[in-house]
Design a protein around this ligand. Structure first.
Ligand code: MGD
Ligand code: MGD
Ligand code: SF4
Ligand code: MO
Length: 683
């Protein structure tokens, strides 16, 4: 039998059709507007059955015994134990000593709301996401510029500027759209320090010095304005602060900037001209900007390019979302007044959106180890593997070990789960019904619908949260007998039900797609305009215009220690076979240790007598890692690319043993996990 759902094995949220035989998932196919043979392939989806039925799945709740081993337990035993710990801190009048840390895997839509609801009603403000390193920091920069995160309408674009994103590995719907546009003759500009497959197809590829995107964005703004290529009507009618931006950008002349960031001035000029003069143009920004110390201002500068050229919210440009009206489920009003979250040092980031809340995960470690701003004693980790994925993982690990009580909700025995007191086995994406963020931010709403029964004794995340809530005295707050009832409740303002979503598996559109909504509604900023200049930022002591107060001394982790650490390390490729630290236990995907390498340029390799296959030790002031070398000119001389996501498979491959969490972006709390100074030697 064929069943429709949404795959959530990565954040792409692809609509898929699953073949189910005798109650078992057999195979799955991604849907797309492209013909079958033209669609970007997903190797994870091809291995879906291997992942779902992997013998590595955790299939019963596990409780740590006195001798340190894990003992299988019933759900009643495990949940009662977790609930008793929640109640313990409540009785001690310190519910805020309990935190809930969420990774990316169970989605940021309804599952994020449920966890927040439980914690808010319980009395702790410390539901913490990992958005400071993922796209939420970028979303904040978009929001401060034009009210929401813009989405590229690549399929209709005549020019596509891809800035730090590689959709063929990470976001297949967009990869299909790019393919389609290119086959219709669209121009392509790629800004990436790596010669990616996409860079190979580009009309112009700018191999930027890693982490220096803000400088390039300012130089491009300057060039477009000085050549008078800007969209005058849009700027005059709908923006604020253009003169200030022009003034600041004027300090960044291409001829001076380009050589410092490894670029040819003429090529940058051509890229600026091509982007500014080909309409419509969309600008696809990605995680290459995230995880950088400079994330907020660099993304603000990149976002300004959309306004300079008037490409915002136009067909084939970068469209603004039409969020679906939802009943708020987070119960923020239930938090007692005056309780500050542990993320208090990042107030702008905590408050920039109605639903994101606390996203600086590094604060969890500060709170546990340094009691800053106060101590955390118990933590629930849901759908994340922080021991591997957080910056300075040695420190993150020390913190988790120091907790009085750790609960992990996961499908697999990760390095984080191994530290837990209780492990609650979660059902995977095909085993549960869920309302994802991607489905509510933009039309249409597509349901992630359960297509098979949960494996073993695993439970869907929603059920774990609801049942735990009921056991800590929140029966009234979790009244829903099923997830369908909860989703219906949340979708009521939109007039959509789960039943209807199941009937219309292609998705339900609440409101027709509209462009140039600002003509009628303005932008959702304080001024109602596209804000090159933000008075909100200025009043909060930040630069009102990107880089209005100059560039930070160093844009890269350990930038002040260049003498001893002369190479730039780049956190590497997101391989289509894996999602962050996941899936290396699946033999069909692992294929030896294919791709687990350090790419080093022939020039840097020759001067160190390194050849492909040599074991290389990388060192930063935080730690070391050893991996095989691959001599390759995909990287620029002076930089190396280290494979990302192998730290759960083998501790010695953990890239985050190298990264730093001491210096962070002042607005978003983002550590420099993408780019850092390092040195290499042959083992
Ligand atoms: N150096 C460096 N560090 C990085 C990155 C990088 O590129 N380089 N990337 C960063 C980014 S952008 C992100 S988002 C983070 C990701 O960090 P994490 O969120 O920690 O990512 P994953 O390794 O994908 O871990 C997800 C965990 O959730 C489990 N899981 C999967 N599905 C479900 C589910 O439905 N329910 C539950 N309960 N569990 C589930 C998986 O088994 C896995 O153990 O890492 C960040 N860290
Ligand atoms: N297969 C797979 N898919 C995934 C994930 C996964 O782990 N595996 N993770 C999911 C998650 S959590 C996220 S956040 C998204 C991220 O997905 P993307 O936004 O596509 O991010 P990446 O693929 O990490 O990096 C994108 C590009 O940025 C480039 N880059 C690196 N440093 C710089 C820099 O300094 N400047 C510029 N301009 N570019 C740079 C890289 O070389 C790479 O080509 O993918 C999601 N989808
Ligand atoms: S890219 Fe692959 S793994 Fe990710 S959601 Fe789409 S089909 Fe699933
Ligand atoms: Mo992410």
């Amino acid at each position: 039998m064929k069943k429709d759902t949404v795959c959530r094995m990565c954040s792409s949220c692809c609509p898929v059709e699953v073949e189910v035989v005798a109650g078992k998932l057999v195979s799955a196919q991604r849907k797309s507007f492209l013909d079958q043979d033209k669609r970007s392939p997903c190797l994870k989806l091809q291995a879906a059955a291997d992942i779902v039925y992997s013998d590595q799945r955790i299939t019963t709740p596990l409780i740590r015994a006195k001798d340190g081993s894990f003992c299988p337990a019933s759900w009643d035993e495990a949940l009662d134990l977790v609930a008793s710990r929640f109640l313990h801190y409540k009785q001690q009048a310190q519910p805020e000593a309990v935190g809930w840390l969420r990774g990316m895997a169970a989605d940021w839509g309804a599952p994020w709301d449920y966890a927040n609801r439980l914690m808010n009603c319980y009395g702790s403000p410390n539901t913490i996401g990992n958005g400071s390193i993922c796209f939420v920091a970028r979303e904040m920069a978009h929001t401060y510029t034009y009210g929401a995160m813009a989405f590229p309408e690549a399929a209709r674009a005549r020019c596509i500027l891809v800035w730090g994103k590689h959709d063929a590995d990470t976001t297949l719907g967009v990869a299909d759209a790019i393919k389609h546009a290119l086959s219709n003759g669209a121009k392509l500009i790629v800004i990436d320090p790596i010669q990616t497959p996409l860079a190979g197809k580009a009309d112009i590829w700018l191999q930027i010095k890693p982490g220096h995107d803000g400088l390039l964005a300012m130089a491009m703004i300057n060039e477009i304005i000085s050549q008078d290529l800007q969209d005058h009507a849009f700027i005059e009618g709908f923006t604020t602060g253009f003169d200030q931006l022009r003034e600041v950008a004027g300090r960044y002349a291409i001829d001076r900037i380009a050589p410092d960031i490894w670029l040819d001035p003429q090529q940058v000029r051509e890229a600026a001209r091509l982007y500014a003069t080909t309409r419509p143009a969309c600008l696809i920004d990605g995680n290459g900007l995230d995880m950088q110390l400079d994330i907020f201002q660099s993304t603000r500068a990149v976002a300004c390019l959309r306004g300079i050229t008037g490409n915002i919210d136009r067909p084939g440009g970068d469209v603004l979302p039409q969020p679906i009206p939802l009943r708020p489920l987070q119960a923020r009003d239930r938090l007692p007044a005056g309780v500050t979250p542990i993320t208090a040092p990042y107030p702008l980031f905590n408050a920039f959106s109605e639903t994101w809340g606390n996203q600086v995960q590094s604060c969890v470690v500060d709170a546990i180890l340094d009691q800053k701003p106060y101590g955390l004693k118990m933590l629930v980790v849901q759908a994340g593997n922080p021991v591997v994925t957080m910056a300075d993982s040695g420190r993150a690990r020390r913190a988790l070990r120091q907790l009085e009580f750790l609960v992990v909700i996961d499908l697999f025995m990760t390095r984080t789960a191994r530290l837990a007191d209780v492990i609650l086995p979660a059902a995977g994406c095909f085993e549960k019904t869920q309302l994802n963020r991607a489905a509510t931010r933009n039309n249409p709403i597509i349901l992630q619908d359960q297509v098979i029964e949960p494996v073993g004794q695993s439970w869907p995340d929603w059920k774990i949260v609801f049942e735990l809530g009921r056991r800590i005295g929140l029966e009234q707050e979790f009244p829903w007998p099923s997830v369908e009832a909860a989703i219906d409740d949340q979708l009521a303002p939109a007039g959509v039900t789960v039943e209807r979503l199941r009937q219309e598996s292609g998705g339900v559109r609440v409101e027709g797609l509209r462009h140039e909504k600002y003509l009628q509604d303005g932008f959702a900023t304080p001024s109602g305009k596209f804000e090159f200049f933000s008075s909100r930022l200025q009043e909060s002591g930040q630069a009102g215009v990107p880089y209005g107060d100059g560039f930070p001394e160093s844009l890269i982790s350990f930038g002040d220690q260049r003498q001893d650490f002369p190479l730039i390390g780049i956190s590497g490729r997101r391989d289509i076979r894996f999602t962050n630290s996941q899936y290396r236990t699946i033999p069909a995907l692992l294929k030896g240790e294919d791709g687990c390498v350090i790419d080093i340029h022939p020039v840097d390799a020759a001067s160190r007598q390194i050849v492909t296959g040599d074991q290389l030790q990388v060192t930063t002031p935080r730690g070391t890692l050893t991996m095989p070398a691959r001599v390759s000119s995909v990287v620029h001389p002076g930089s190396i690319r280290i494979a990302w996501g192998w730290g759960d498979y083998k501790a010695g491959y953990n890239l985050n043993s190298l990264t730093d969490d001491a210096v962070r972006n002042p607005v978003t709390g983002t550590p420099g996990q993408r780019t850092f100074m390092c040195r290499v030697s042959k083992v």
